[in-house]
Design a protein around this ligand. Structure first.
Ligand SMILES: [Fe+2]
Length: 244
């Protein structure tokens, strides 16, 4: 499976803190059935001030360590970008690494604050789409405001934003409300990718295989394949030129 959202790079956000943490998380990913992972540390202006360059360097260091330890996980680098008007200038400076491409647009993994869909969200996503960037909204099923009023997603979906659901929501690890919303978004065909959003081998492990089995059972093999293999591969294959 192809995991396009994980916090496996060491010491640059709230995921893996040391190279040992990263290697343990990478091993857990491989054991979970993940062959390729795009590392997506937070870019959260004023909190995690990562840039395309710092993320690429961290990814290169981890790639070397994975080789040294014979861990068979192929990695690439992008980011999970927190909603902020600063995104516009960061994109203009080429400081935002993208997940890849989808239907002719670059894909940006976009995270809203956990309790809200801020005023002006649709204006920022409109600006992005008009500039060749397709926002993929990270884990809408874990956003408190969307859980209360899921109708707020409609204008973003109408614009053409994509949705990424987190595997651990489908398994119930984020509680029954997130589980229900995740299952319903998948059943309604609104989800493009399911990803792990793994942070830690114990507290936030990769649960992609478990989510695959749930989607397979409820929606069928073709949907599970699309959400965890063919769609994420279609978006991110440019990160993996050797095996692609
Ligand atoms: Fe994340």
């Amino acid at each position: 499976m192809i995991d396009i959202h994980c916090h496996i790079l060491p010491g640059i956000d709230d995921g893996a803190q040391t190279i040992e943490d990263s290697l343990a998380l990478a091993k857990a990913a491989v054991e979970n059935g993940i062959t390729h992972a795009v590392c997506t540390p937070h870019i959260h202006f004023g909190r995690y001030d990562n840039t395309a360059d710092t993320i690429a360097l961290a990814c290169e260091n981890l790639r070397r360590a994975l080789n040294e330890h014979n861990i068979n996980l192929v990695i690439g680098a992008a980011a999970e970008v927190r909603f902020d008007v600063e995104i516009i200038s960061a994109i203009e400076r080429n400081d935002i690494p993208f997940l890849g491409n989808w239907h002719g647009k670059k894909v940006l993994l976009l995270e809203f604050p956990h309790g809200a869909i801020p005023m002006g969200s649709a204006k920022l996503t409109r600006w992005l789409l008009d500039h060749g960037v397709c926002p993929m909204i990270a884990h809408p099923e874990r956003n408190k405001s969307l859980l209360e009023r899921p109708g707020q997603l409609a204008p973003l979906l109408e614009q053409g934003c994509l949705l990424q659901v987190t595997a651990a929501s489908l398994t119930g690890n984020f509680g029954p409300k997130s589980e229900k919303m995740a299952l319903s978004l998948v059943a309604d065909g609104l989800v493009t990718v399911v990803a792990s959003d793994s942070h830690h081998t114990k507290r936030r492990p990769p649960l992609l295989r478990q989510a695959y089995d749930i989607v397979c059972k409820r929606q069928g093999y073709a949907t599970a394949q699309a959400l965890m293999i063919s769609n994420p591969w279609g978006i991110t294959k440019s990160h993996f030129p050797i095996s692609g």
